[in-house]
Design a protein around this ligand. Structure first.
Ligand SMILES: *Cc1c(COP(=O)(O)O)cnc(C)c1O
Length: 219
């Protein structure tokens, strides 16, 4: 299947309320343009440097999503234009993002990334940490960020039951936060090439798909 055919197969196979972010990390501008020319505008990158370089070279109406670990000292490079940061995972980065958004006269949309997988290596908040921030009132103080929802990655496993359980945890965190953070919360970013069908069943409305569109990555 060509890139365009894969994109269309996935787009046509998901419910209307689910948004698809094409994960374009490691892909060439030509590959990205193929997806762009099929009418797609949302692209996700996991490294700031790569995202910034591609944003400079590619059409300006692309909506860039940062989906990978964000270091405090790199926030300034994406703050002028990033569409949605999925991977806010510490208070420090939260505050820095608010500061850089203000400098750019913007309100930046963000998702709070939660640690839902068994694996130690995956980044993210715990519910406890977020509850502490909520009761500190930090989210109402930071006027230049808007919390749109949550993001999480399931354990890399074939055990459907485990993946389901982790996605269900993220959905319940979302429901819980919505009570405290309110109206603007409408996004649950969960599901990748291997598990997006399960994610959608468990309440995802934003999936991040790379290899199933572009083919396997060779790093
Ligand atoms: C790479 C990546 C994806 C996409 O992975 P695929 O398995 O290629 O679909 C999704 N989310 C994050 C955070 C990623 O780093």
């Amino acid at each position: 299947m060509s890139i365009t055919e894969s994109l269309n197969t996935i787009s046509n196979g998901i419910p209307e309320h689910v948004k698809l972010v094409a994960v374009s990390k490691t892909r060439s501008n030509e590959e990205i343009l193929e997806v762009y020319n099929a009418g797609h505008r949302d692209f996700g990158e996991n490294r700031v440097q790569e995202l910034v370089a591609k944003a400079e070279e590619l059409p300006k109406d692309i909506r860039w999503h940062l989906i990978g670990h964000l270091q405090t000292n790199k926030v300034k490079y994406i703050a002028p234009f990033v569409h949605l940061i999925h991977s806010i995972e510490s208070k420090k980065v939260l505050i820095e993002t608010n500061k850089r958004a203000a400098e750019n006269d913007r309100v930046i949309d963000i998702l709070l990334q939660f640690h839902i997988a068994i694996e130690e290596s995956k980044f993210g908040f715990s519910l406890k940490e977020i509850e502490a921030l909520v009761s500190d009132g930090i989210f109402s103080e930071l006027k230049n960020i808007r919390v749109k929802g949550v993001m999480g990655m399931a354990t890399f496993t074939n055990e459907t039951k485990q993946i389901k359980k982790e996605f269900r945890t993220l959905k319940s965190i979302f429901d819980h936060l919505k009570v405290h953070l309110g109206e603007d919360l409408d996004t649950i970013s969960m599901g990748m090439s291997g598990d997006y069908s399960i994610a959608i069943e468990e309440g995802s409305n934003l999936i991040r798909v790379g290899s199933k569109i572009f083919g396997d990555r060779n790093y």
